[in-house]
Design a binder for this molecule. Structure first.
Ligand SMILES: [Zn+2]
Length: 104
């Protein structure tokens, strides 16, 4: 059985072996860069399936959310510009009509 103590996998550093799972695979206690500790098996570390305590996936989700948020603001900004243009156009076209009505 390979000793993974001290090895790094993504954000995780293997602290120590804590036991063996049902299939006979070593269970490792790993410390994540964010400070969390998790337990995972050799295979998951070697295959790159476990790279963080879960905060990495969360980080990616947040990033996606931010980009989505930006896109949203862009849309509302465009909407505002459109509204202003429409309002401006209305003001310009309405003015002469109002003036004409006043002359009647
Ligand atoms: Zn983490």
């Amino acid at each position: 059985m390979k000793n993974l103590t001290g090895k790094k996998f993504g954000k995780l550093t293997v602290l120590k072996r804590t036991g063996t799972d049902k299939r006979g695979q070593a269970i490792w206690l790993c410390k994540c860069e964010c400070g969390n500790t998790i337990e995972t098996i050799t295979n998951r570390l070697n295959m790159g399936k476990t790279k963080s305590c879960g905060c990495l996936a969360l980080e990616n989700k947040r990033k996606m959310h931010i980009t989505h948020g930006k896109a949203h603001t862009k849309t509302t900004f465009l909407m505002k510009v459109m509204m202003l243009l429409v309002c401006g156009f209305m003001a310009v076209t309405m003015k002469p009509l109002e003036l004409l009505q006043q002359f009647k």
